[in-house]
Design a protein around this ligand. Structure first.
Ligand code: KE4
Length: 433
């Protein structure tokens, strides 16, 4: 049995200092029971806890660590930057460098504003869309999560769904009164809503590859319909690529699917593990943002020198390796196909949602074979997932602690680690047939 005495001691103390002992509910193990593991350090694709147990990491800080932990390039630029100062609150050249990199990689972005989190990015993009169109209503999709923006915390995915508090206390009817909820991947319900109200809608915000009900890619027909109908009514289409950005393709889902949104929100990978978010789009829209335009948005640490240094190093690595995404996708498919084979071998019904280096192993209900939306995802056997989670954790495999989260691969996940993961899964599934 893995010993975790120090972890347990530190977490007991955390609970006396921080609500639930965590600084983000997604980490709380609420969906799998037990207590979260206190980690001490990372190296490549591995995490080490405070009791020095080693885990192959498929959470990667919920997405950012696409190069793996302590990548030498990222570490080197941070060591250099730290001696020049940590924050100035002035323009710095690195902000131009990071902006240029993102603009060169993401098809929809001509101008960009850097912020400090994905939540700030989506909150700002919604405000910009409303300021630009002069309209109030927004459309989001059930099971999509866009950060803890009041107007979007309705039927959210991720920890909100896991903790079954989609309508969080403290979110007022006033702030959600203009938010319309539709089922994800459902073309007909979208069409009928847009036929009635399309001209009143300021923005549609969507995860083009959903990662917060588990990994559920948007269908091409669904995403193309969002693009086509929103164009007719001059509604702003926002691709929330905080998770899918730089993950499902170098240029994100918009490059993979060939669909260009009006605005894109980014986070996670763009900061290489430091706090960076961003929103961007066509110049004629972005120039409505203060001080160029009148839509207010600000941030003390936006474009911070350390964060931009880590972001530049990370995006440079993925931009300069022509085979980066082929290698990542091969790793993901090897693992996903191996897990499905183990399901067949052990007589356990499994389904995999995958896109690029995002994937989720689902334990579907008897009536579902594939997971395509929140309705099918929410019927999954979450108790069985919880047993699988602990059987894997106790074999040194660190998975996201909820059926409604996404696993991530890094370029540092070796073939040996993937095989070790499959061997652990074979035992875990056999234990629970
Ligand atoms: P942050 O504010 O957590 O940086 O980003 C919010 C956000 C926005 N959009 C999408 C598509 C996201 O997935 C997220 C955040 N994702 C969760 C994981 N499901 C972050 C983990 C957490 O909340 O601790």
């Amino acid at each position: 049995m893995t010993k975790r005495e120090r972890s347990q001691k530190i977490f007991q103390e955390a609970k006396t200092l921080i609500p639930g002992g965590v600084n983000s509910p997604a980490r709380a193990f609420g969906a799998v029971g037990g207590e979260p593991i206190v980690m001490a350090r990372g190296k490549g694709a591995c995490l080490f806890d405070v009791d020095d147990n080693c885990y192959i990491d498929y959470v990667l800080s919920w997405g950012p660590m696409i190069l793996g932990h302590t990548h030498p390039q990222v570490t080197a630029v941070l060591e250099d930057a730290i001696h020049k100062g940590t924050s100035f609150g002035t323009p710095t050249e690195n902000e131009n460098r990071l902006a240029q990199l993102v603009i060169s990689l993401v098809p929809s972005i001509e101008k960009i504003r850097l912020v400090n989190s994905g939540t700030e990015a989506t909150m700002s993009a919604i405000r910009l869309a409303r300021g630009y169109t002069g309209r109030n209503k927004i459309v989001k999709f059930i099971g999509n999560y866009h950060g803890h923006v009041d107007s979007l915390l309705v039927a959210a995915g991720s920890s909100a769904a896991t903790l079954s508090v989609p309508n969080s206390p403290g979110v007022t009817a006033g702030t959600t009164g203009d938010t319309i909820l539709l089922p994800y991947n459902d073309v007909s319900s979208f069409r009928s809503l847009f036929a009635q109200q399309g001209s009143e809608i300021a923005a549609i915000i969507v995860e083009p590859v959903a990662g917060n009900m588990g990994c559920v890619p948007g269908s091409l027909e669904f995403l193309q319909t969002l693009r086509k109908e929103s164009q007719k009514t001059a509604t702003i289409l926002i691709f929330d690529e905080v998770m899918s950005g730089f993950r499902v393709a170098r240029g994100g889902a918009q490059e993979r699917f060939g669909i260009i949104p009006d605005l894109t929100t980014l986070g996670k990978v763009i900061g290489g593990g430091l706090p960076v978010g961003a929103y961007g789009g066509r110049t004629e829209i972005m120039d409505h943002v203060l001080p160029q335009g009148k839509v207010f948005q600000a941030g003390t640490l936006s474009g911070n020198p350390l964060a931009t240094a880590a972001g530049i190093a990370t995006l440079s690595e993925i931009a300069n390796d022509p085979f980066f995404y082929d290698k990542l996708e091969q790793k993901t498919n090897f693992l996903a196909d191996g897990l499905l084979e183990l399901g067949r071998k052990n007589g356990v019904k499994l389904s995999v949602g995958r896109c690029g280096s995002m994937m989720t192993l689902f334990f579907p209900s008897d009536r579902d074979d594939v997971i395509i939306d929140w309705a099918t995802a929410s019927r999954c056997d979450t108790k069985r997932f919880a047993r699988y989670f602990w059987n894997m954790l106790n074999r040194g495999i660190y998975l996201p602690c909820s059926q409604f989260e996404t696993m991530f691969l890094s370029i540092a996940h070796s073939d040996e680690m993937l095989q070790q993961t499959l061997d652990a899964a074979d035992q875990a599934l056999r234990l629970d047939r």
